[in-house]
Ligand binder design. Structure first.
Ligand code: AMP
Length: 281
């Protein structure tokens, strides 16, 4: 596996590979790899001739009081893990090269970025879309892999790809979980043992909601109450939102039918966790 830092070098190499007829899969990440990242890499390695994993902790998608400084980083460990999965190139640009002093552009998608995580993290999705656009232009992959763990991000990126005609197939990948149901996340290492023990309550609440819906409950308000009650039983949680939405426009629904997304965010101390489930009723 090669490590490439230079944007120009990466762009030229990707263009050469593409011109010689090889398919390119891109897995954008912020590093500190876990099973979620590795599952995306595996899928890309399976489906493409060349897999490029980008590793860049993108400063512009973090708010001023967010965890950019304590975001976990371990390049050496990440290199070993990616290499073991058969990744061909790890692209690790510097902040200075990605955002030189005279950088002036941003990419935004309207409406669907204003709710859920967008409401509590103003500017977050603009930061994500700007960096993903840059990565798409630098690497020009045939396919790009994103996790359903970040359901809103996935939807927003799909929208951007459609709206701006990026000739790229966005490939959604299922949420990877720990044995106790907690969605794996780089941020989980920042949980104290007590918080870590409490954390699976998020998924348990979602699973309970799913069970009730499968038994026939169609009232979104009832399901939302049930999830909130379950999470609030655990005093360490500070619940940010629980929403039941239609999966395409992210509009709140009152009746559960069709393609539904139940998404939530909660804090355990300094750590912000998100989770979701999708259902088709
Ligand atoms: P991150 O490094 O957190 O920006 O994540 C990079 C990619 O991995 C994103 O597409 C995430 O949605 C995906 N990802 C993160 N956690 C998980 C997970 N538990 N299951 C599946 N994909 C994930």
């Amino acid at each position: 596996m090669r490590i490439i830092k230079s944007i120009n070098y990466m762009q030229n190499m990707a263009l050469t590979q593409r011109a010689s007829g090889r398919s390119i899969g891109l897995v954008p990440t912020m590093g500190y790899f876990h099973e979620g990242h590795l599952s995306l890499m595996r899928k890309s390695v399976e489906e493409n001739d060349i897999t490029i994993v980008s590793l860049f902790v993108n400063p512009i998608q973090f708010g001023p009081s967010e965890d950019f400084d304590i975001y976990p980083r371990d390049l050496e460990r990440d290199q070993k893990l990616a290499s073991r999965e058969g990744v061909d190139i790890m692209f690790c640009p510097t902040e200075q090269d990605m955002y030189p002093e005279d950088f002036k552009t941003s990419v935004n998608v309207e409406k669907i970025t204003e709710k859920l995580c967008g409401a509590s993290r103003p500017g977050h999705f603009t930061g994500v879309l700007t960096v993903v656009s840059k990565l798409f232009n630098i690497i020009q992959p045939h396919r790009a892999y994103f996790g359903e763990k970040d359901a809103q991000q996935l939807l927003v990126i799909k929208q951007m790809v459609r709206d701006l005609n990026f000739p790229i197939q966005v490939v959604p990948c299922p949420i990877q979980r720990e044995e106790d149901g907690l969605a794996v996340s780089s941020r989980n290492v920042n949980l104290t043992p007590e918080q870590r023990e409490a954390a699976p309550a998020l998924y348990k609440a979602l699973a309970k909601a799913k069970e009730e819906i499968e038994k026939g409950e169609k009232n979104a308000g009832e399901i939302k109450n049930l999830i909130e009650e379950e999470i609030n039983k655990e005093p360490l949680f500070e619940l940010e939102y629980v929403e039941i939405l239609d999966k395409t426009e992210l509009e709140k629904v009152s009746t559960i039918e069709g393609k539904i997304l139940i998404a939530l965010a909660a804090r355990l101390g300094e750590v912000r966790l998100i989770d979701n489930i999708s259902l088709e009723v």
